[in-house]
Design a protein around this ligand. Structure first.
Ligand SMILES: [Zn+2]
Length: 155
């Protein structure tokens, strides 16, 4: 089975409809721009992966549901939504070795902060150590993210 370009176009259009029917603040919360990229990946992979087909169908149903009640979304809808996106993201990362946008940056930033604490102890100054650690973390993380992007493996 394969996702047809028409089905993908339709889902992308539904997401745009949803975006337009929500306040900007709310639509940002739903991470809808990321949805487009995920759909793109699911379509590419659908010819060889049954799970990707299923995720696409799930997402289709879910977006239609949100669109249906876009003026009265509940906390549960948001929770559900992020759960679905997370499941897709995890599948794409584990099964297809793709990497979420800014994935390494977020990891190395927190590593950088820990490193900064160590520097801080070494220099006996956190005010000096933390920014250095953070800068190192950001440099490494951004470098790795750029590499992933160059190889076309970003979700
Ligand atoms: Zn897959």
């Amino acid at each position: 089975m394969m996702i047809s370009p028409q089905a993908a176009d339709k889902l992308n259009a539904s997401i745009e409809d949803l975006k337009n029917s929500l306040e900007e603040k709310v639509s940002k919360k739903l991470d809808l721009d990321n949805c487009h990229r995920m759909i793109q990946r699911l379509v590419e992979l659908s010819s060889s992966c049954e799970a990707c087909n299923q995720y696409f169908v799930d997402l289709e149903g879910h977006i239609a549901q949100l669109l249906d009640k876009s003026d009265q979304l509940t906390k549960n809808d948001f929770k559900n939504h992020h759960q679905i996106l997370n499941n897709i993201r995890t599948h794409l990362m584990k099964k297809h070795k793709l990497v979420a946008k800014d994935y390494y940056l977020s990891i190395y930033m927190s590593c950088g902060l820990s490193l900064g604490l160590v520097f801080g102890l070494l220099f006996d100054s956190l005010a000096l150590g933390l920014p250095i650690g953070l800068a190192v973390g950001i440099a490494i993380g951004a470098g790795l993210d750029a590499d992933v992007k160059k190889k076309g493996r970003t979700i």
